[in-house]
Design a protein around this ligand. Structure first.
Ligand SMILES: O=C(O)C1=C[C@@H](OP(=O)(O)O)[C@@H](O)[C@H](O)C1
Ligand SMILES: C=C(OP(=O)(O)O)C(=O)O
Length: 409
């Protein structure tokens, strides 16, 4: 249990967030397949450590715990390890997170994959082989991680790969991030309408690539919330003006709805989050967050703390993440006095009342529930049920809060 006393924000503190977990996990797979990357500012998240461990140990039984990207990326990775059989499993929740569209795509490419418990879900038994078929159809409405998983191995296939995305494309920014990394790596690709083509990558032994990972924008989002509720300037390192991370949308969203101006200092790769003292909050927030699903919880808590009505759409993936994030938000926002209604794709506020006196936020084994609700301590004291959940993406979160917060006395 983490007790957060009613606090104030200190002025002008600087936080160094570690590398993006999404970029890091893509690079680790590519490094393992092509072996020529010097990675700087690798994510210190548990998800990245788990993936790194799996790739370095190369065992026959791999438990990836809660790490969704690692589960999905390794499914394709093990599919092309010819002559090797791997059992890939995860936490209880991982066994409830869908993987069927990816498995079916790999099966259609000729890989033998078996479900060891429930059809469509981990654990999987994967028999690696050489993939030669050049084309595959993949439904793209459940998780972009399925597409990224195939894209990461595509350059290794002798005929490359053409992926036809079927249906709506969810979390598109993450597919674009993958293609951007492939391009940096020298792997030729194109994304036209619903077809992605990746060429086979032949000269991969020739040179070493240095890749400095930009810090994690999903982690940065919590400091935007602190800056809004604490009305003080915060500095974050190491970020770039042009980001490949979809969650960098937080800068625009928090400027438009909460008056936080983001300044970039090029030389120091520093973001400065500056609240505009004359900003008038909007009467309502209406937003589609399909491109940046991981910052939904951050935004809902900021809006709830300010009692600004919100209608958020594009949330079709939230019910199959670390927890059912829409249900979790609905239950916990109530404790802050915010009533909500949700569907499979949307959440909207329906009324604002008084917050409970003794708030205890349940975390549902979801790191983002803990971190998204933490900024509410600038409004009222609260407790967060399981403080250790933050390790999944941001192990130093509570330590970093000590830098920016001072208790009200
Ligand atoms: O590719 C990635 O690194 C990710 C893609 C997104 O998942 P979905 O495509 O399942 O929404 C995102 O929520 C997740 O945290 C990381
Ligand atoms: C959804 C997330 O991660 P994953 O899907 O990789 O478990 C997340 O970090 O918010």
């Amino acid at each position: 249990m983490k007790k957060l006393k009613k606090s104030k924000l200190k002025e002008n503190q600087t936080i160094q967030i570690s590398g993006s977990k999404s970029i890091s996990n893509r690079l680790l797979i590519l490094e393992s397949l092509f072996k020529n990357i010097e990675i700087g500012n690798l994510s210190n998240s548990q998800d990245t450590s788990l993936l790194k461990k799996a790739l370095s140990e190369n065992t026959e039984w791999v438990d990836i715990h809660h790490a969704g990207t690692a589960m999905r990326f390794l499914t394709s990775y093990y599919s092309i390890q010819g002559g090797k059989t791997t059992i890939l499993t995860g936490s209880k929740r991982m066994k409830e997170r869908p993987i069927k569209n990816l498995v079916t795509a790999l099966q259609n490419l000729g890989v033998e994959i078996e479900y060891l418990e429930n059809e469509g879900f981990p654990p999987l038994k994967i028999k690696g082989r050489t993939i030669t078929q050049p084309k595959v159809n993949v439904p793209s409405n459940i998780s972009s991680q399925f597409i990224t998983s195939l894209l990461l191995i595509a350059g290794k296939l002798e005929n490359g790969l053409e992926i036809h995305l079927v249906g709506e494309v969810t979390s598109r920014s993450y597919i674009e991030m993958t293609l951007n990394i492939l391009t940096r790596f020298g792997i030729k690709n194109s994304f036209i309408e619903n077809t992605i083509k990746v060429e086979p990558f032949i000269n991969h032994q020739s040179s070493i690539i240095n890749y400095e990972v930009e810090s994690d924008w999903s982690s940065a989002s919590y400091f935007y919330s602190f800056a809004v509720l604490g009305r003080k300037t915060i500095h974050l390192k190491s970020f770039y003006k042009e980001s490949t991370q979809g969650d960098s949308a937080i800068a625009k969203i928090y400027e438009e709805f909460f008056g936080i101006k983001t300044n970039f200092t090029e030389e120091e790769h520093k973001l400065t989050l500056q609240p505009d003292p004359n900003f008038k909050f909007p009467e309502k927030i209406v937003l589609d967050m399909n491109n940046c699903p991981d910052i939904t919880q951050t935004l809902c808590v900021t809006a709830a703390a300010l009692k600004i009505p919100f209608v958020i759409s594009g949330l079709g993936t939230l019910r199959v993440k670390e927890t059912d994030r829409l249900l979790a938000l609905h239950n916990e926002l109530k404790k802050l006095g915010t009533e909500t209604e949700y569907t499979d794709y949307t959440i909207k506020s329906t009324g604002f009342g008084k917050a409970e006196e003794n708030i205890i936020i349940k975390t549902y084994q979801d790191h983002r529930m803990a971190m998204a609700f933490a900024p509410f301590c600038l409004v009222q004291e609260l407790e967060i049920e399981d403080e250790d959940v933050v390790e999944k993406s941001y192990p130093k979160f509570w330590e970093d809060l000590q830098i920016i917060l001072t208790e009200n006395s």
